[in-house]
Design a protein around this ligand. Structure first.
Ligand code: SAM
Ligand code: SF4
Length: 332
């Protein structure tokens, strides 16, 4: 099989798949309190998801990240992951991983480790119970903390994803980094992205990671380390803590030239770029009886329309989101 290469000669090896749009939290930057979730018939079944991911792996995907919504709220999630883990055993897939809010990780951590998951990203924006409740609209910090503990005990490497929010957590970021590095967790800071309608004005919470970095550099030494992910993260090592810190900056830094990834929604749409609307639908062809060769053809068509770059701007207060779908549809 020839590798997946797009129209700008970027090699695509990384698929993020959102397995559900549902979630047990309601992070203010991600979705409104009263979120309209999709009817079940619109969401790919376990068999459809398994088949489609397997075809992508056949086509050359080497890394599969399962996300959502909250992947661990989907009822058949462990069966799905167990099925996908066969590609790890066969050597076709190099890494199977997931991004989770951690609320159910204590229940699943040991099983994840047992099937060959080595690393998980846990999203956690604060260590303070009240702030957690304000950001996520749910009182679940204790469960997340327990989830992280269980994950580490099961031998999973945990990385924290922290969305930088001007009013809610910007002042606490050094404390979160210190806490995480003392427990051998890397941290990635994320700028809020204008995707999907939420209640309130996201531009009000936007803080540039360039500003956060400048502040950290006023008391810590940050040493750049070369990028190995082909993604929007730029990493440094903090000499004082010894840990790694990533900056995910879709707005103030353009990472698109090295993009190696595409995203599949839980409805079977392949989005070629997080910040653009170009997509290919797989659900209807699959439900109409498409063969694996047909699906491979559709993946090839996707490579031909993957955009050169995203188009995010968050400068105008109250402006409409750059893309209408929520992060929980496309996955983080
Ligand atoms: N529920 C899981 C979680 O929170 O980790 C997985 C899905 S969530 C959509 C994936 C990541 O996207 C999380 O780290 C979350 O903080 C981030 N995210 C959600 N909405 C965002 C936004 N508007 N801007 C930046 N990051 C966002
Ligand atoms: Fe749920 Fe993750 Fe979105 Fe928060 S960021 S509402 S945990 S999907």
């Amino acid at each position: 099989m020839t590798p997946l290469v797009d129209q700008f000669q970027r090699r695509i090896t990384y698929l993020r798949v959102s397995v559900t749009d549902r979630c047990d939290l309601r992070c203010t930057y991600c979705m409104p309190e009263r979120m309209d979730f999709l009817p079940k018939a619109e969401v790919l079944s376990f068999e459809e998801l398994d088949r489609l991911c397997s075809v992508f792996i056949e086509a050359g995907v080497r890394k599969l990240r399962v996300t959502g919504g909250e992947p661990l709220v989907r009822r058949d999630i462990m069966e799905f992951l167990r099925r996908q883990a066969r590609h790890l055993t066969s050597g076709q897939l190099g890494e199977l991983t997931l991004t989770t809010n951690g609320t159910r990780l204590s229940r699943f951590a040991a099983d994840l480790a047992a099937i060959g998951v080595r690393r998980v990203n846990v999203s956690l924006d604060t260590l303070d119970r009240e702030t957690f409740q304000r950001i996520t609209r749910r009182d679940q910090l204790a469960n997340v903390m327990e989830g992280i503990e269980f994950a580490q005990k099961a031998g999973l490497k945990v990385k924290l994803n922290v969305v930088a929010l001007k009013h809610d957590n910007a002042a606490d970021i050094p404390g979160i980094i210190q806490w995480a590095h003392a427990r051998s967790m890397d941290v990635s800071l994320i700028e809020t992205m204008p995707v999907g309608d939420v209640e309130g004005d996201r531009s009000d919470q936007f803080v540039s990671l360039a500003a956060v970095r400048a502040e950290l550099e006023s008391f810590w030494r940050l040493k750049d380390i070369p990028d190995i992910t082909g993604g929007p993260s730029r990493y440094v090592r903090i000499e004082e803590t010894g840990g790694r810190l990533g900056f995910i900056t879709p707005l103030s830094h353009n990472f698109c030239a090295d993009c190696n990834r595409v995203r599949l929604t839980c409805t079977g749409r392949l989005y070629l770029c997080l910040g653009q609307d170009e997509h290919i639908d797989f659900r209807e062809p699959m439900r109409a009886g498409a063969s694996d060769a047909d699906l491979l053809g559709l993946i090839g068509r996707g490579m031909a329309i993957k955009p050169r770059a995203h188009d995010f701007v968050i400068s105008t207060p109250g402006a409409a989101p750059a893309v209408e779908r929520h992060m929980s549809m496309t996955g983080g």
